[in-house]
Design a protein around this ligand. Structure first.
Ligand SMILES: *Cc1c(COP(=O)(O)O)cnc(C)c1O
Length: 404
């Protein structure tokens, strides 16, 4: 099902998200792929085992590195991202750490953008640095600052766009060109946009990582991660980063749930984006709100690049209230439909406070320097009826204003 006849146009995104990598004829006609709950695989002969283990013959050896349900998922997500190959792991952090531990060694240098998911930031600045990797933090929205950072001769450049939590947008094609000219390879965390809205490989990135826990799964019921890139890179990350550096294997049932999630990914992300746009406009027009961070708003400094690089603007936004951190706390506590929770990309609207939750691992002075203010509130707009989400936000804003 992966390719259509050569004289027909290629299948669209939603078709591929539903069909690629699985043929029911391979499993008794079962419409839905089976979950292979097995830790190991039996070889017909010793010779066969040797041929499969050495990679001479296709097949499965042991569940830490491969599982047939996981293979379907890897084929499908690689296709959706426009990459040659994919690898599924136990969480987003597993995908990120297995990838970087595979590609970097002591003495290597890496450049990261100043705004990353809190644990990714700490993985680089306090994790990799313990093993002789030097990390330079730069503002990748500023070509001059990035050019200066590239003078350190990094092996890799790593960033998110839109960035967690303040929705800064980085020009993937420009950064990739600048990095490649300096001999560095580029890794993009595409968790916020998903391949529905943006495909970094097509814009020049070498590898793409995801927290599949978020939009790809989409239902708040699993933890997973993926990395996609060239056959060579992915084989290396599987053989080193997954096999013996982390052992962070995705469970077969998780691969099954992710395949289910992917079937509705395009529909969900379109709805998340439309509702987030409506919420952003409502917040921007409200007197209790000081600032809204959403690349879909014309007033956003990131709107032009986001409009060029993304098909819509995604389900995440952030804001700061006029009454500062106290008003923000009160606003969050007054919400009755939206849940106060970290994570994102679920059917439920989730609201969180980065400074005390997802980004608490940043030292406060770095958090402030990198534009993650104490009053910032991040909203992951869910799939509920849009009017209900807006009504809940408006009543909580009124309450926070009356108090302030
Ligand atoms: C959540 C998140 C991660 C980490 O993923 P886990 O699945 O929680 O390990 C990495 N990057 C971004 C942008 C995230 O939002």
């Amino acid at each position: 099902m992966t390719t259509s006849d050569s004289n027909r146009r290629p299948h669209g995104f939603a078709t591929r998200a539903i069909h690629v990598g699985y043929d029911p004829a391979s499993a008794h006609g079962a419409l839905t792929p089976p979950v292979f709950m097995t830790s190991t695989y039996a070889f017909e002969t010793v010779e066969d085992g040797l041929a499969i283990s050495s990679g001479e013959k296709p097949g499965y050896v042991y569940g830490r590195t491969r599982n047939p349900t996981q293979t379907i998922l890897e084929t499908r997500i690689a296709d959706l991202e426009g990459a040659e190959a994919g690898l599924a792991l136990a969480s987003g952090m597993a995908a990120i750490s297995a990838t970087l531990w595979t590609l970097l060694g002591a003495g290597d240098r890496v450049v990261i953008d100043q705004t990353l998911y809190g644990n990714s930031y700490v993985f680089f600045t306090r994790g990799l640095t313990r093993f002789g990797v030097s990390v330079t933090v730069a503002d990748l929205t500023d070509p001059d600052d990035f050019a200066q950072a590239l003078r350190t001769r990094p092996k890799l450049v790593y960033f998110e766009t839109p960035a967690n939590p303040n929705l800064r947008v980085i020009d993937i094609a420009a950064v990739a060109a600048q990095a490649h000219a300096a001999g560095a390879r580029v890794i993009v965390d595409n968790t916020f946009a998903t391949p529905v809205l943006q495909r970094p490989i097509e814009l020049g990135a070498d590898l793409v990582v995801h927290s599949a826990t978020k939009f790809l799964g989409g239902h708040g019921d699993l933890l997973g991660g993926v990395v996609v890139g060239s056959q060579t890179d992915i084989a290396q990350i599987r053989g080193h980063g997954l096999r013996y550096l982390t052992g962070a294997t995705m469970a077969p049932l998780t691969a099954f749930l992710l395949l289910r999630g992917l079937k509705t990914l395009e529909l969900r992300v379109q709805r998340h984006s439309a509702s987030a746009m409506a919420v952003a406009a409502t917040l921007a027009a409200h007197p209790a709100v000081r600032q809204v961070f959403y690349p879909g708003l014309l007033a956003s400094p990131f709107h032009p690049i986001a409009a060029r690089q993304m098909r819509a603007f995604g389900g995440l936004l952030a804001c700061e209230l006029s009454g500062g951190i106290e008003a923000g706390r009160h606003f969050m506590n007054q919400l009755t439909l939206a849940h106060r929770a970290v994570s994102l990309g679920d059917a439920e609207t989730l609201v969180q406070h980065p400074a005390s939750m997802t980004h608490a691992a940043y030292p406060p002075e770095e958090r402030h320097r990198h534009g993650i203010s104490d009053g910032l509130i991040r909203l992951s707009i869910g799939l509920e009826t849009p009017e209900d989400i807006i009504e809940d936000i408006l009543q909580a804003l009124e309450a926070s204003q009356q108090r302030g």
